[in-house]
Write a protein that binds this ligand. Structure first.
Ligand SMILES: Nc1ncnc2c1ncn2[C@@H]1O[C@H](COP(=O)(O)OP(=O)(O)OP(=O)(O)O)[C@@H](O)[C@H]1O
Length: 309
């Protein structure tokens, strides 16, 4: 039995002659939050639109909970809630009118609609705006209504295309929290080109660049994608640089402006343990040690360049 809520195999799409995505393979679990990361134009929206049955792929297949989306679109789409990049809101409707319309579209039985709306509104913190026209809501609240329509039928999978785009920092924090709550009981996929966003919200990262998957793994795997090759040390009784350079695996030692020493190494990061041991043995009085990790931007740039090289 396939444990994935989404299984994408050899997915490719071209709008005209150029391929927007090429041979994408993804597996997404039943619970948790997956971040689809990628620069502008990388292919995130194309992938999401195909995944939600809005766009027919040129090649490849999409299974939603083992149901082939192309062969059984209605059954598969019942399992999905989708907030596209531009929320599909009717601005002249009130929140209640709009969500009632969405509930009908989602074929929720008439006697269940009120309860479904109440639950979705409470979840998204918009119950107090039930009678407000959508055009009179702030950007953050419009986005919450967009998320409410995506969860009103309690789908197993919620797909959100750049849900925090255009929001102010407070609204971003609120929407992130909401996404986290939704991800506790179902699978959420959301796209973003903002690294810190994906980092703060997701368990798993899938990164697409130029239509290809260049990374898949946990947030931790992403942060450690480039192994560190330098460390900063502060000694009270610093040794001669030559003593440090003589340690096997150390390729360089340089003082920094603020009294620290930077060691470069080509060995495993565990080389730090050797330095600590030598310091204790030789009375160098090591007070602090820090491995220097690559910034997220450096990792992003390295992964972006992977498809270009
Ligand atoms: N309707 C379309 N017709 C032709 N080309 C398109 C169309 N939609 C997207 N593309 C192209 O397909 C590629 C992938 O676009 P897509 O919108 O999927 O990327 P994205 O990662 O979502 O980008 P963004 O973050 O800017 O929304 C881009 O080169 C884009 O120009």
């Amino acid at each position: 039995m396939n444990k994935s809520i989404v299984k994408i195999e050899h997915l490719s799409h071209r709008y005209s002659t150029a391929w927007a995505i090429k041979d994408i393979n993804l597996d997404i679990r039943h619970k948790g939050i997956t971040g689809l990361l990628g620069s502008n134009g990388a292919g995130k929206s194309t992938t999401m639109n195909i995944l939600c049955g809005v766009l027919n792929q040129t090649e490849g297949s999409v299974l939603i909970d083992n149901i082939n989306l192309r062969e059984h679109p209605i059954a598969a789409k019942k399992l999905i809630g989708f907030l596209p990049q531009n929320a599909p809101l009717y601005l002249d409707l009130t929140v209640d009118e709009y969500l009632t319309h969405c509930a009908h579209m989602r074929l929720i039985p008439k006697d269940r609609i009120k309860a479904a709306m109440t639950e979705a509104k409470e979840r998204c913190g918009i119950a107090h705006f039930s009678k407000r026209l959508l055009k009179n809501l702030s950007g953050g609240y419009k986005q919450r209504v967009g998320i409410a329509q995506a969860i009103i039928h309690k789908p197993k999978l919620v797909v959100l295309d750049e849900p925090t785009n255009g929001l102010d920092p407070n609204q971003i924090a609120e929407v992130r929290l909401l996404i986290k709550e939704i991800g506790e009981e179902r699978s959420v996929i959301f796209s973003s080109h903002i690294l810190s966003e994906v980092q703060a919200t997701c368990d798993t990262i899938k990164m697409i660049e130029q239509g290809r998957v260049v990374f898949t793994g946990t947030v931790n795997d992403f942060n450690n994608y480039i192994a560190p090759n330098s460390m900063l040390l502060y000694f009270s009784n610093a040794p001669e640089l030559s003593a440090l350079k003589a340690i096997p695996g150390i390729t360089g030692a340089l003082p920094t402006d603020n009294g620290w020493l930077r060691l470069h190494f080509d060995a495993a990061p565990e080389i730090a343990e050797t330095v600590v041991e030598l310091s204790a043995r030789n009375g160098w009085k090591l007070r602090e040690i820090q491995l220097e990790r690559s910034s997220l931007e450096e990792i992003f740039a390295k992964l972006s360049n992977k498809v270009k090289s």
